[in-house]
Design a protein around this ligand. Structure first.
Ligand code: ADP
Length: 534
């Protein structure tokens, strides 16, 4: 019994010793854990099987500035960011019910009042026998990293917003170089929403420009290659014929230099350019019109002056003619041969002067639209013959022969007989003036349909091609080998053309320098139009 009692006593004291040892070991292990937890570079907390917080390590308490007592239970909720509280509750409830780990990010208030992002990782705890005894949580302050991430995200969002909200086209390209280091193509890496509208190109991402537009001009590749290589941005305007558009472009380097990326901000300015070109044309047209009007004004003033001057000159010149005529007829007494000869020279010069004055006056009248025609049906064959006989003395002086050819004796045309005679005399005079002596001047009168054609052909000096259009202009005299020996004002053909035009006719010229010229006047024959005075 004693032994049994002793044994029993021995066994009890052993149990007590074991229990003490176990408690000591547990306390020591807890102390070791606390020591470890308090010096760990992270925040540690524990919750029991009801979810109520039981433990926060020293760094946690220092971080929050709260005591363990304040933090225990649900006290720690006071340092959780109000916006994160519902999220945390939801996450935790879910994990707690499932007894699973949890890894989330929440903001906790530091002792100085600043909320800081923590990466929280919670793991369920179980006894060796599998009994759930709560959660063990670690918290890492990664606030600075998170802020940087958020800032980056915000900037990305801002970039995307800007990228897609601008009305200009935007794209990022990677310039592709060939083996010789020459920019040969570029690939589209990013494009904004209006890219398609601005370029007309669709589904470009990942594709190269040569794939999309094989005939895109070489210089575009060069320009972007240069931006990628030198890192220098560039602004320019250029036409992309392959796209049928003109662009205003700002291209600048993008990303790291070795990535050879270029960002391009551009606008399709085709319409603007067209408008500008149109405006420029309108401006020039306006300038030309203004200049034309100014010239017309000057011309009008000049015409008025010519009209006035010739009118004023004609009266005294006519008086000179009359008085010299009287002297030549010896009304003022007899003259000796010398006096007669000198007076004759004066008379001839005065005649020429009057001729010039009359030409000027006629031209001035034409320009002022003050010239009136008196048209009557007249036989043009007869009229041409009359002109020939009037000109006979002139032809004789130069020993020239004039021949007329006409299939008919009568071809009636409504003409102002006096004016039309002057037209043919002018042409015959020119044919004689600009032909050498001993040449032949031919006159052909021919009716074809409702028109009569009068051609005057000479064997004279002819007119070069570049001067053929000019000779009908006012005051245009063309130098030729005979022009020094003959007089003229450069008004004859101008006047001829105007008068023929007033008869609804035309004047045509065929000429070969050195061989001669043919002037052909075409006029409507009678009864093909009403005879009116113009
Ligand atoms: P003008 O005879 O007074 O110079 P015109 O108006 O009659 O003026 O002729 C203009 C120019 O045309 C002349 O200066 C002359 O050079 C050229 N021309 C006119 N008729 C002939 C012709 N039959 N042959 C060669 N040249 C001519």
């Amino acid at each position: 019994m004693v032994r049994l009692r002793d044994m029993a006593a021995h066994s009890t004291s052993k149990k007590q010793a074991d229990a003490r040892r176990y408690t000591d070991e547990l306390r020591e292990s807890e102390l070791r854990f606390q020591n470890l937890a308090d010096t760990a570079p992270m925040y540690i907390a524990m919750a029991d099987s009801t979810g109520s917080a039981t433990y926060f390590n020293k760094p946690w308490l220092e971080f929050t500035g709260k005591s363990l007592k304040e933090m225990r239970g649900l006290g720690w909720l006071s340092v959780l960011h109000p916006e994160d509280a519902p999220v945390f509750e939801k996450d935790f409830k879910h994990a707690f019910a499932q007894r699973i780990s949890i890894s989330e990010q929440y903001r906790f208030r530091r002792a100085d009042g600043q909320y800081r992002w923590m990466q929280a990782v919670g793991a369920p705890r179980f006894t060796p026998s599998g009994e759930f005894i709560g959660y063990f949580g670690t918290y890492n302050d990664f606030h600075d990293l998170k802020e940087a991430q958020l800032a980056h995200k915000r900037s990305e969002e801002r970039y995307k917003l800007l990228f897609n909200s601008i009305n200009q086209g935007f794209c990022v390209i990677e310039v592709l170089f060939d083996a010789d280091g020459k920019a040969s193509d570029y690939r589209f890496l990013q494009v904004n929403k209006v890219f398609n509208k601005q370029t007309g190109l669709k589904n470009v991402l990942g594709k190269t420009m040569r794939q999309l537009a094989p005939h895109h001009e070489e210089r575009w590749f060069e320009v972007y290659g240069n931006v990628a290589l030198t890192g220098e941005s560039i602004s320019f305007e250029d036409e992309a014929k392959a796209l049928g558009r003109v662009f205003e472009v700002y291209a600048f380097p993008f990303g790291a230099p070795n990535e050879r990326m270029v960002a391009i901000l551009f606008s399709d300015i085709t319409e603007r350019k067209k408008l500008e070109a149109q405006r420029e044309m309108e401006r020039r047209m306006q300038l030309l019109t203004d200049q034309h009007n100014a010239l017309l004004k000057v011309n009008k003033t000049k015409d008025e002056f010519i009209g006035l001057a010739s009118h004023q000159l004609r009266t005294p010149a006519t008086a000179v003619k009359q008085y010299i005529g009287l002297l030549l007829q010896q009304f003022a007494g007899p003259l000796n041969d010398k006096q007669m000869q000198y007076l004759q020279i004066a008379y001839d010069s005065n005649e020429r002067e009057l001729g010039i004055i009359n030409d000027l006056l006629k031209t001035a009248q034409l320009d002022a639209s003050a010239h009136t025609l008196f048209k009557q049906p007249y036989n043009l064959v007869a009229l041409v013959n009359e002109c020939l006989s009037d000109m006979q003395s002139t032809f004789s002086l130069r020993n020239q022969e004039a021949v007329i050819q006409s299939a008919k004796d009568t071809i009636m045309a409504p003409v102002d007989m006096i004016e039309m005679k002057l037209v043919f005399i002018n042409l015959l005079e020119n044919a004689s003036k600009y032909s050498h002596p001993d040449s032949v001047i031919k006159l052909d009168v021919l009716q074809k349909g409702k028109r009569v054609y009068v051609s005057i052909t000479d064997e004279g000096v002819g007119i070069s091609e570049e001067n053929r259009g000019r000779i009908f202009e006012k005051f245009t005299r063309i130098d030729n080998e005979l022009s020094d020996t003959v007089t003229g004002t450069g008004l004859g053909l101008y006047w001829v053309k105007q008068i023929v035009g007033m008869h609804n006719g035309t004047v045509k010229l065929i000429s070969k320098p050195g061989e001669g010229s043919t002037f052909t006047v075409a006029l409507p024959v009678a009864n093909s139009e009403r005879h009116t005075n113009v």
